[in-house]
Design a binder for this molecule. Sequence first.
Ligand code: ADP
Length: 276
Amino acid sequence: MIEAIATQIGVALIQAEAFENLEDLNQQLEALDRTRSNLIAITGHELRTPLSTIQVCLESLASEPDMSPDLRQVMLNSALTDGERMRKLIQDFLTLSRLESGRIEWKVEPLPLWECVDLALSSLQARRSANPIPQIITQLSTELPLVQVDGEWLVEVLSKLLDNACKFTDAKGRITIQAQRLGTDKLEVTVSDTGRGIEANRLETVFDRFYQEEGALRRTTGGTGLGLAICRQIITNWGGQIWAESGGKDCGSQFHFTVPIVPLEEKQSMSTRRKR
Ligand code: ADP
């Protein structure tokens, strides 16, 4: 009899716990759904602005055949710039959605950090060949352990940080890439610049989706406000952290992130890669 009651109490407790878990799950699903709706609403709003500009420019070009060649060129340039902004926005939005939904097949493997830095620098130079960029200094010790990541996505993180450093630093300024081992299991990578800096109360908000310092500035820098949110998704997926530091306005910024490294015994048994 006592045994039967105990069993019933046990079953009731399990049911209550399952119910609580179900409630938790429901709450999580609701929160996810709210986030998804917000993201779609904000993206829609962000897309409407460039789309309106393109529409106005094309309407003017179509309705004013006697428009001066100079004004015509201004209208065309404006439409092209906003078209490119829409393309980047859609691309970043899709990348962020893929990362958040967990639909990425990560190809994690041991890699030397310099290999990813080299690739990110080459693509940066190709993208920005038309504009002068600040001096870039790479300070990476040959003793650094191999990182255990998906190289393509690490290049994406480095490219976004380097792009930002270029955007917010005068061409006469300097960008530095450094790395140091932290304990036994990770490496800290730092991309610092001597640019316009970030105020203390914005150091965390810069990682929010669509955060940009001033609305007007985005027109000149051409960003989407999604770059750092994407970097955070990638880095936290590998169990790392990413954060910003700055001396304040006009005192430069430092972006740090951590990545896992290959344990020493594995590294010793691996075939050696090119060293620098
Ligand atoms: P964006 O596409 O606008 O660059 P990000 O998410 O990459 O979007 O960056 C968000 C905002 O963070 C930028 O618009 C800028 O205000 C600030 N920011 C990012 N990197 C830097 C930097 N190196 N120096 C100063 N501000 C920065």
